[in-house]
Design a protein. Structure first.
Length: 368
């Protein structure tokens, strides 16, 4: 049975890193019987240039029908002045919303070979393994009303609405608790209940959920600003962190730098299963479009490759294949291959395609 994958490479380095994922998919087709069928569409600034919108209705429908969506990156200074409603990021937000992708999983894992590349002391990040679960379709990014108004006194006012309903908190909480049961059985719920009513509400609902449905999982709570500090002070204290859309966006980027580079971090965005047991899913690197290096063959494809490993694990239920791909990446790093963002003295600096070549070689060696 074929597995349908929609690739929306996006802008900047997106097409470059996604090209390496297509090569990895081809390897799995040839060597592991994966039977992946790939289709490409536009999203972000490239879609705006072609169609005047950040994502077309046709692409959204194709994304809903696909088994998995692989997204590269969107945005760049070229589109800074386009209307807000058609900015490149609007395409990403629409895909998340229309596909019902409420759960964003962002692992922060420090590969042994890269512990010294972290901005923190090696002993603080060696063996790091955190999962950040971010609510993705609610909160201040989607709350209404929002806007910029002209005031009678000649000033202007900008505003956004931070809002959550009970079901939104409970469903993201259940994802976090379920993940924790497969890990170290600990959940840290993060909000700002000391100054925000929505934070207090989040706290109350998480306490109730933990007590009623997951009493065997250790649930703790932390204010978002303190969590940011603790991530750079003692990151290994965390197992699963669950938080809202805004704080999740920030904290996952902080966690990214613990690993040495944004170019190393994958993510999965998952929806709820329908009556046919199908769930929409989109996989993407945490890094942005990096327009400063796009088109030069310098981008690190590892985060995007590892995002495909997450697709193998969470959408296609191919845990052994996911382990194989993650192991190949670890082998490549152990052999000293580095793109510029993770370059260390004495290592071999390579470009995007060369890193892809090394990963394919490592896959072949592991299955020889």
């Amino acid at each position: 049975m074929s597995r349908n994958i929609l690739i929306v490479a996006g802008d900047g380095i997106g097409p470059e890193v996604m090209g390496e994922v297509e090569r990895v998919i081809a390897w799995f087709n040839e060597n592991r019987g994966f039977d992946g069928v790939v289709e490409n569409e536009l999203v972000g600034g490239s879609c705006y240039d072609a169609h005047g919108v950040a994502v077309t209705d046709e692409t959204v429908e194709k994304a809903k029908a696909a088994d998995a969506v692989m997204l590269g990156a969107v945005g760049g200074p070229k589109w800074d002045d386009v209307p807000f409603e058609v900015r490149p990021e609007a395409g990403l937000l629409r895909l998340r919303k229309d596909l019902g992708l409420f759960a964003n999983l962002r692992p922060a894992i420090c590969f042994p070979a890269l512990a010294e590349a972290s901005s923190l002391k090696t002993e603080l990040v060696q063996g790091l393994d955190i999962m950040i679960v971010r609510e993705l379709t609610g909160g201040v990014y989607f709350g209404e009303p929002k806007g910029i108004d002209d005031l009678p006194n000649g000033e202007r006012r900008g505003y956004d609405m931070q809002v959550y309903d009970t079901h939104e908190i409970l469903r993201i909480g259940r994802v976090a608790f379920d993940l924790a049961k497969k890990r170290d059985n600990r959940v840290m719920s993060v909000e700002k209940r000391n100054v925000m009513q929505s934070g207090l509400f989040w706290y109350q609902e998480m306490v109730k959920l933990g007590a009623e449905e997951f009493p065997e999982v250790k649930l703790e709570h932390m204010l978002a600003d303190n969590c940011g500090m603790q991530l750079v002070k003692n990151p290994k204290q965390f197992d699963v962190i669950v938080t809202d859309n805004l704080f999740g966006d920030m904290l996952s980027d902080v966690a990214a730098m613990l690993t040495g580079s944004l170019g190393m971090l994958p993510s999965a965005s998952l929806g709820a299963k329908d009556e046919n047991d199908k769930a929409c899913a989109m996989y993407e690197p945490v890094h942005g479009s990096a327009p400063d290096i796009s088109g030069q063959g310098l981008a690190n494809p590892i985060a995007t490759v590892l995002s495909f490993a997450m697709a193998l694990r969470y959408t296609f239920d191919l845990g052994a294949d996911a382990d194989l791909l993650e192991g190949a990446v670890e082998d490549v790093l152990a052999d000293g291959y580095r793109t510029g963002d993770i370059m260390q003295p004495g290592k071999k600096q390579v470009g995007t395609v060369e890193m892809g070549d090394a990963i394919l070689t490592a896959l072949t060696k592991r299955t020889a």
